[in-house]
Every structure is written in C-alpha cells, then in structure tokens.
Design a protein around this ligand. Structure first.
Ligand code: PEP
Ligand code: MG
Length: 594
C-alpha cells in the first residue's frame, strides 16, 4: 500500500496527522470516540440527608481511583517512552484532580442541594470550564480541555463502568490510552471501525484483537492528552500507522481510492476460500487460525481455515474475574470442536500472567511479569485450576477433534509434570465413566530459547510442537514485545530466530512429530517462504491473514523456498535477511505491497 504524504505531525489547513505503529491493516473513516467517558452530563437524581455521607465516600473513592489511573499511565509513558514532556501533562491533570476549591464546592453543594454526586461534580466543573472558555488567553482555554479530560475520568470512576453505553450508538474509531482485551469484550463489535491507542506494540493484545476483528489498528500514537475531541471525524490508516483528524476533502478522496484498491484485492482473495493451502508445486501446508473467542470460528471457517491452530483460553478471564468451572469450559471447548469438525482445534491451556491478565487481588502483579509467574508455571502450582481445564479439554475431545498444548514450557520437567496431571485427569474420567478421546494429541509450545535447546528431548514427550514466535522473539532478543520504545529491535527476521526455528523443525521431524508456528510471524506473508523453506508443517495465523497467507503460499515454489532458506541461514544481519524476504515477496505477490 503506497504511503500518503505524512510527517510525524503535518498540519494542513485543518487536518493533523499523528504517527504511530500500524498493527492491523485497513482504513477506517468515522467519528472518534474515547474508551472511557468524555465529559458528558450524567443522570441526576435526588438523595436524602442520610445518603450524603455515602455520596462523599463515593466521590473520594472516585478521586482516588482516578489518581491511580493517571499515575499508572504516567509511569507507563515514562517507562516505555521516556516521554517526560507528555508525562508532565499528567502532573497538571493531577493538580486539577486535587483542586481543593472544586472538592469543597462539590461537598458544600452535596449538603445543600442533595443530588447524586456525579451530577453535582459535573455542574461544578462545567461552570469552571465555561468561565475558562470565555477567556481569550489561549493558555487558559487549553486548561479547560485538561479539566474536561480529568473530569471525564472521574465521571467514569463514579459510574464504575467503561464507555459501553456510549458505544451502543453509532460506528466509531475508538481511541484509548491502551486497550486490554477486557475493555473490548462488552463492546458491540459491529460499531467498531478501528482501534487507536497511545500505548502498545505489534504483538500486544490490542493489536492481536484488532487483527482478529479485521479492523484497522494503530498503536503507540504520540498524542498529547486533551488534544483530541470526541465526535470529530478522523481517518485511521492501519497500513501506514497514521491517525488523521479533521481530514481535508483531498485526503478523504486519497483514502477512498486506497479503500477501493483494497476491496478489489479482497475480492480476489475471497475466491481462494475453497482452494487448498499449497505451494505452486503442490506442497501442502496446514493453514489454521488463531482465535480467542468461540464465536470467531464461523468467520475463520468461512475464510477456508484448516481448523483452529491456537485457541487461547484466557478469554474467560476477560469476561469474569472468577475461575470458570469445568462445565463452562467443557461447553465452550465442545462448541468450538463441534463447529470446526474434522479440521480440529488445538486448545492451549491457560497462559495468564505477563500482559495477558492480572487477577483482581493483584497476585500476578510483578516487577518482571514476562519473566515471572505465567503460563505453565501458574498451572503447575495451581493444580486444581489446571486440572479443571484439562478435564474440560478431555471431555470436549469426546465431541470432536481436540488437541491440547501447553504454553511457556521451559524444559522437560515441566512437560512431564503437565503430562502427569493430564494422566491423573484421564484416570479420574475413566473411573467416573466420562467419555474422552484416549488418543487425544498433546503438544507443547516452543516459546523459550531453553525449549529450543532441549527440543529433541521435549519431542519424545509430545505429539507435536507449535512455535510461539511472539514470545520466542522477545525472549531470544531480550526485547519486550509490548514496549513500543524497543519495537525496532523486535525482528522475526533476526538470524538467531531463523536458526532457532531450523533447530525446532529438525528436532520435531527427527522424532517424527509435526511442527507448526502460531505466533504472528506465521501470518506475515513476508515470512511465508521462510517457514515453508524450513519445512514447517502448519501455519496458524490471525483470522484476517488466512487468505493472504494462502495466496502467498500458492505463488511460491517449495524447492525455491528451501534454497532461499539455506542462504538466509548463512546471513549475518536482519537487514540482509529482510532484503531477501522482501525481494521474493514483492516478486511473487507484489500486490500486497503496492
Ligand atoms: C506466541 O507467543 O507466539 C503465542 C502464539 O502466544 P501468545 O501471543 O498468546 O503469547
Ligand atoms: Mg506466547
């Protein structure tokens, strides 16, 4: 996709272009909305004298929570961005939040007028803002924006809810500091045109979610707080990582053309749905899809996926903060298994921790969460929780083609321990007379360099490997996968990654087991020739990438890929590897890169 003219912040007559990192392809045009309520009049109701105290407490609690939120965001900006100027803006926000005149005004009115505290707070703030807006001094007028921004956060804290009510109305481009998967769960997805966030990276879950939904996504946008206005028209360019506010007619026209080109390409790709995922010379690759929610199965099957290669099971935790019971899990896994049919589903056991999910009691809050208590480490300690999930997977295996795999395996002991617990569950179910597939395949993810080094030994314990390149890259290159500051170091084409992949494939094939790749690398057509050339048997990709990867595969020749990989494995730098990958991809499916 050609890049429209843009600098980090180009100003034409009206429009402003902000740059970030493109994480999900496509263009969205529509009004901007914030996750979290902008400053809007809340509902008003009378309260009695005895309720005043309770309202004061609610107010204090909301101020406390808002403070925590602002401080956390400030800390994150400093840590991941080193952006002191931007972080200082939040100092001003904290001053607004703690303005004693406002606080005492609200208290006085609570006692005197006796209405719910949000309506009183809103009125107090509105008056301040109006008097500031009446002043011609641009600096003071800007402060009005800060005050509205902070007050909006307080109102959300008082409502104790996300912006889901406002989300119900019309399609919008959603802007947020960051989006946790839990933020998007309750939203009506048909109204979401795109995601734009201040934080995040290519493999953060905002990005994965945007790609799963097939909507444009741009993260890491450097936009000072208070600059954007809800309701203003924007263009979100998920090809080039740009958010354009108040676009001119000329820019809109430019993007309309881009969208048309894209539609033509998508129509071409759609025709491949029923075609096999094979190279030009007939080498078949299993092309499956990654899902997080059961309802995604329909869409991936419509796009012709060979089943589900990675079913992330953290989703329960986004929707509720207690552990899902065996029945709930069995029902969810069985539903997916039944829908995918023979193609099958690979259920990955719980991978909580790191960026995925934090318990409400903060037990998972750690200094180094990616190196801490996550994935299989949690499961092997919380064995009841783990066994509940294993039993549910086994029970679902009686209803369809189910495979199971463990995340974050670092060595043989963990794998043996996990398999031991699985055997316990199998024995229990046999005793209880509950049916399950005695031959259910079990695999492990290869996401740590240590797992690669002992892959020959791990291969003896499992039926397959699935390489999680998202984590393998971060742990090999020591680059935090969600830190936009080091995003340029996060390189799937790093020679070390290619060599590790070669070792994994060799270990698997020597042990006569199959090997897949389910990290985001598998969905990037630039690397399709590399993975084919290495002899990877399965590619499990984000739903929006199925047809793109299938198209790439069908333009490639497997022998040529093998020859190229041999060359790549001798190259010393990322740049040389990427130049070769780009050259071949452009030659064979240049339409992706126009
Ligand atoms: C990976 O690490 O590549 C992977 C697929 O798992 P996740 O992105 O869920 O950590
Ligand atoms: Mg992983």
């Amino acid at each position: 996709m050609s890049e429209p003219q843009a600098s980090s912040q180009d100003v034409t007559e009206t429009e402003i272009r902000y740059r970030g990192l493109a994480v999900s392809r496509g263009v969205a045009v529509g009004p901007l909305r914030f996750q979290g309520q902008p400053f809007q009049r809340p509902r008003r109701w009378p309260i009695t004298e005895v309720e005043v105290q309770g309202e004061e407490t609610r107010f204090e609690e909301a101020l406390r929570r808002t403070r925590g939120q602002i401080e956390q965001l400030q800390e994150q900006l400093l840590k991941t961005d080193g952006n002191h100027a931007e972080a200082r803006v939040f100092d001003a926000h904290l001053l607004v939040l703690e303005d004693q005149t406002v606080i005492s005004d609200v208290r006085k009115r609570l006692h005197k007028d006796r209405f719910n505290v949000e309506s009183i707070y809103y009125e107090v703030i509105r008056r301040y803002v109006e008097s500031l807006k009446a002043i011609t001094d641009p600096y003071l007028r800007e402060r009005a924006v800060d005050i509205e921004d902070v007050a909006g956060r307080v109102l959300v804290a008082l409502a104790d809810a996300d912006d889901n009510t406002a989300m119900q109305q019309s399609p919008r481009v959603l802007f947020a500091d960051d989006l946790a998967p839990s933020d998007t769960v309750g939203m009506d997805r048909s109204l979401l045109l795109g995601f734009a966030t201040r934080l995040g990276s290519f493999t953060s879950h905002t990005a994965i979610m945007a790609r799963a939904l097939g909507i444009p996504g741009v993260v890491g946008l450097k936009i000072p707080p208070g600059t954007l206005r809800a309701g203003r028209e924007v263009i979100l360019d998920g090809f080039n990582g740009i958010l354009i506010t108040d676009p001119t007619e000329e820019t809109l026209e430019e993007y309309r053309k881009l969208a048309e080109q894209q539609d033509v390409l998508n129509q071409r790709l759609d025709q491949l749905r029923a075609e096999p995922a094979e190279t030009h010379d007939g080498a078949r690759v299993v092309l499956s899809a990654n899902i997080e929610f059961g309802h995604e199965v329909d869409a991936i099957m419509r796009r012709g996926a060979d089943g589900v290669g990675l079913y992330r099971t953290e989703f329960f935790y986004y929707e509720q903060d207690r552990h899902p019971d065996e029945e709930q899990q069995t029902a969810a896994y069985s539903a997916v298994a039944e829908k995918v049919g023979d193609a099958g589903v690979i259920i990955r056991t719980l991978d909580v921790g790191a960026d995925k999910f934090q318990t409400a009691d903060g037990r998972l809050a750690e200094k180094n969460p990616f190196l801490g208590w996550r994935g299989i480490r949690v499961s092997l300690q919380e064995t009841e929780l783990f066994k509940t999930q294993l039993r549910a997977c086994l029970r679902a295996s009686a209803r369809g083609n189910v495979r199971l795999m463990y995340p974050m395996i670092s060595g043989v002991e963990e794998l043996v321990a996990a398999n031991g617990l699985l055997e316990e569950c199998q024995a229990e179910l046999r005793r209880e007379g509950v049916p399950f597939d005695e031959d259910m395949e079990v695999g492990c993810m290869i996401e740590l360099p240590s797992a690669v080094m002992v892959a020959p030994e791990l291969a003896k314990e499992v039926d397959f490997f699935s390489v999680g390149t998202n984590d393998l890259i971060q742990y090999t290159i020591a680059v935090d996968r969600v830190n936009e500051r080091v995003a340029d170091l996060y390189q799937p084409g790093h020679p070390a990654i290619l060599r590790l992949l070669e070792m994994v494939v060799e270990a698997a094939h020597d042990a006569d087991i199959w090997v897949g790749v389910c990290g985001e690398m598998a969905g990037d057509p630039l690397f399709t020739p590399v993975l084919v050339g290495l002899g990877v048997d399965e590619l499990s990709v984000g739903p929006s990438q199925i047809l793109r990867v299938k198209h790439a595969l069908r333009q490639l020749d497997s022998l040529e890929c093998e020859v190229m990989v041999k060359e790549l494995l001798r190259l010393p730098t990322v740049e040389e590897v990427m130049n070769r990958c780009r050259a071949l991809a452009k030659e064979r499916y240049g339409e992706f890169y126009q």
